[in-house]
Design a protein around this ligand. Structure first.
Ligand SMILES: [Zn+2]
Length: 109
């Protein structure tokens, strides 16, 4: 399992919980043009499969707190951890913005 930054909202997500492993799958999700080839978190991932059935995405999984960082400022290192693209250091948690869980499920891609 690795950690990555969501390309839509900038939060830090785990590959096992987010949309990461489904990002290249075609003919799987409704409105796939919004999701294809994008590394998205569970909250920003597609809400429906192509047949209209709901996915596990579209809401934060709440397995850990959702932390945000400026979009495009993190990369995943060879150990699977995120680092700041400029400083190469682990991101400063003080820069994270915590959002109450109730507000985390409001975002749309
Ligand atoms: Zn996201």
């Amino acid at each position: 399992m690795s950690i990555y930054q969501c390309e839509n909202c900038g939060c830090v997500e785990n590959t096992a919980l987010g949309h990461y492993h489904c990002r290249n799958m075609k003919n799987m999700f409704l409105n796939e043009e919004k999701y294809l080839n994008k590394k998205l978190c569970s909250s920003c991932g597609p809400k429906f499969y192509k047949d209209g059935k709901p996915t596990e995405y579209g809401k934060w999984h709440n397995r850990f707190d959702r932390h945000f960082y400026p979009k495009g400022k993190l990369y995943t290192d060879h150990n699977g951890n995120v680092r700041d693209i400029d400083t190469k250091e682990y991101p400063d948690n003080d820069l994270y913005r915590d959002i109450p869980y109730e507000e985390q499920n409001q975002e749309e891609v």
